[in-house]
Design a binder for this molecule. Structure first.
Ligand code: IMP
Length: 192
């Protein structure tokens, strides 16, 4: 079985291929010569994942899936959420995004947050959604320099280090993306 993953992110492709093994051949957007800049205009993670998957399915007629991720902070009513990449502006600057988040949490006691990844799968026109969540807290200051995005200010539940202080294997074994991907893979394996 072949499935297109609507991404060119090598890290994400490797993660999915590692879980699926050789049961499913996972192709990237590059593999189908798609250079489209698919607009992520929805107001929810589900909406954006569906926009990307539907774009690929409708244009190329291939079974496919797409993901979208956000950091949801309780005291900020779920912000930055679907706007996580561009929280501090269109330049997708992680340092600026973290600074803005820390600033907006100044003086707040509730620092609970969660990363959420949504994956939208379309097989033969049938759509399915998968959700992966990791709960945790936002630190008072940045800690560690591994990973990317908001990793230096997020400590997952049950741990004392931030994602950016963990080795990548540990982070990848508990992450939101891993959990959503695992659900997708379990579904695919059971339906093959
Ligand atoms: P995307 O949907 O995977 O592109 O993620 C959107 C944004 O969420 C990214 O630009 C990052 O700011 C943030 N993000 C997603 N996954 C992670 C993660 O594992 N660690 C830290 N930040 C993340």
């Amino acid at each position: 079985m072949k499935l297109v993953f609507a991404t060119n992110n090598k890290h994400k492709l490797e993660e999915v291929r590692a879980i699926l093994g050789n049961r499913v051949e996972v192709l990237s957007l590059g593999d189908i010569n798609c250079n489209d800049d698919i607009p992520e205009t929805a107001e929810t993670l589900q909406g954006n994942a569906l926009i990307k998957a539907r774009h690929i399915y409708n244009k190329y007629g291939v079974n496919c899936f797409a993901d979208d991720t956000g950091l949801e902070v309780e005291a900020l009513n779920g912000a930055p959420g679907v706007y996580s990449a561009r929280y501090a502006g269109e330049s997708n600057d992680s340092q600026a995004n973290m600074n803005k988040l820390l600033q907006n949490l100044t003086g707040k006691n509730n620092r609970n947050a969660q990363f959420r990844t949504v994956i939208a799968l379309i097989i033969n026109g049938e759509e399915k959604l998968f959700d992966g969540i990791v709960k945790g807290t936002i630190t008072e200051e940045k800690k560690g320099d591994s990973g990317f995005g908001y990793d230096p200010i997020f400590v997952p539940e049950g741990y004392s280090e931030s994602f950016a202080q963990m080795d990548s294997d540990t982070k990848n074994s508990i992450s939101h993306r891993y959990r959503a991907t695992k659900q997708l893979c379990d579904y695919l394996i059971n339906s093959l």
